[in-house]
Write a protein that binds this ligand. Structure first.
Ligand SMILES: *[C@@H]1O[C@H](CO)[C@@H](O)[C@H](O)[C@H]1NC(C)=O
Ligand SMILES: *[C@@H]1O[C@H](CO)[C@@H](O)[C@H](O)[C@H]1NC(C)=O
Ligand SMILES: *[C@@H]1O[C@H](CO)[C@@H](O)[C@H](O)[C@H]1NC(C)=O
Length: 398
């Protein structure tokens, strides 16, 4: 099943009132929803303090991850003897950040794989395998095939850690086979736009002279396809509530927001995001600008925001009910961590399907939702600009 819209209008007509899901007062920590801010002035954890470093491969557990992969069998007629690989790596050895960080790293390495002429692969095993949720395309099969895995034995490998450090990565030339046949890189690289500009000549036409949003979306959709398992959850959420035909005619039937509050009683160590006290003003904005019977979806890292949205909108509120937490910190409870990871995939995909999207300008998770939005219209960005105030603007992305 490809990204398709048919489901929205078919499924949604069946009224379902099973929307009420009890809210457990347990909230673990955020941050699948943007672990670091999408901004040069990141203040999140010590990520900026990290230096790039080469990890001694003897201590890496890459083989264990490889063996965990469910290998997709493909027919490879030519055995590619001298194939070189560039692998986006997120294992349990070090932090990789939230979904926003990971997406940036993946897109950056995708671009660099074109520059360095290496076959692009993705290994995300922490906290849980990504493969049940995203699947590759034929053009870019980022899962190691059986044949490739066989060929990997005895290959020279190297693992580089560039989490929180952009610059050297982009200026390196990893072309030489001397460097390594299999190059594993951990990164949450922010500057994929700069990579695309600097190496425009190495990139296909669809990635040349494009803005940040286009580069992200064109790359992402070329190799990351949500699986039926993931899409079916999005369909389920979208089938909640009642679709008002007038709202639908206006093209603003489903209004969505991602409110990243950050630091709060739930997340004492997080950065300061959108001011909680200003949340009712977002509801006012929605009331004043969109149809009174539009459905509402709010992804948030703060339970109070969710409670407020539910009490305000009642049955118009269709979600989210996801629990969110820090993927790197939840490795001790895999059940929890995996369901949180799943929720992040579901919520972001849901946000990208909305008619109207209000996103937080300092969250990678949020920004990428806007990049992936099916139509680049009715997009609004919000940003805290005082202890109880925010700016909100209609945004054109390209
Ligand atoms: C990498 O190698 C390819 C093939 O030899 C070459 O076309 C390309 O210019 C090289 N890239 C860089 C960044 O040097
Ligand atoms: C992990 O989290 C789940 C879901 O909240 C919970 O039911 C389970 O008891 C937890 N396991 C451990 C070992 O803490
Ligand atoms: C915050 O943004 C709003 C809307 O743009 C503006 O009216 C207000 O003056 C700003 N406040 C501060 C402290 O900059």
């Amino acid at each position: 099943m490809q990204l398709s819209f048919v489901w929205r209008y078919t499924m949604a007509n069946t009224k379902r009132w099973c929307w009420y899901i009890p809210i457990v007062s347990l909230i673990c920590t955020v941050i699948w929803y943007s672990y670091t801010m999408e901004s040069t002035s990141r203040n999140r954890v010590a990520i900026t303090a990290l230096k790039p470093r080469v990890i001694d491969d003897t201590k890496q557990n890459v083989v264990a991850i490889l063996s965990k992969q469910n290998v997709v069998p493909t027919v490879s007629k030519l055995e590619k003897k001298n194939e070189k690989y560039l692998v986006y790596l997120c294992d349990e050895k070090r932090d990789c950040g939230g979904w926003g960080d990971r997406q940036r790293g993946i897109v950056s390495l995708f671009l660099l794989s074109l520059v360095w002429k290496r076959t692009f692969k993705i290994l995300i095993s922490s906290p849980c395998d990504i493969k049940p949720y995203y699947t590759p395309t034929k053009e870019y099969n980022w899962i190691f095939t059986d044949d490739e895995l066989k060929g990997l034995k005895d290959q020279k490998t190297k693992t580089l850690d560039f989490v929180g450090v952009d610059e050297p990565l982009m200026n390196m030339n990893m072309n030489s086979s001397e460097i390594a046949d299999v190059l594993y890189i951990k990164t949450n690289c922010v500057n994929f736009l700069i990579i695309a500009l600097k190496y425009a000549n190495f990139l296909p036409v669809y990635l040349r002279k494009k803005g940040r949003a286009s580069i992200f979306r064109e790359s992402w959709n070329r190799f990351m396809i949500p699986t039926d398992k993931l899409l079916s959850q999005v369909v389920k959420i979208d089938s909640r509530g009642e679709i008002n035909s007038d709202a639908k005619k206006l093209g603003k039937e489903l209004v969505c927001a991602h409110l990243r509050i950050g630091h709060s009683k739930y997340l004492p160590n997080d950065y300061v995001g959108f001011p909680l006290v200003a949340v009712p003003k977002v509801w006012n904005f929605i009331d004043d600008n969109f149809h009174k019977k539009s459905r509402i979806f709010v992804a948030t890292d703060n339970l109070d925001v969710r409670k407020s949205a539910i009490s305000k909108y009642g049955r118009r509120y269709i979600g989210s009910y996801a629990y969110t937490m820090n993927p790197d910190n939840m490795r001790s409870n895999l059940t929890l961590a995996c369901s949180s990871q799943e929720s992040a995939y579901v919520d972001q995909l849901m946000l990208s399907k909305c008619d109207v999207l209000i996103f937080y300008r300092r969250s990678g998770f949020s920004i990428h939702a806007s990049y992936l939005k099916t139509e680049w219209t009715n997009i609004y960005s919000i940003l805290r600009n005082g202890s109880s105030t925010f700016s909100l603007q209609k945004t054109n992305i390209y």
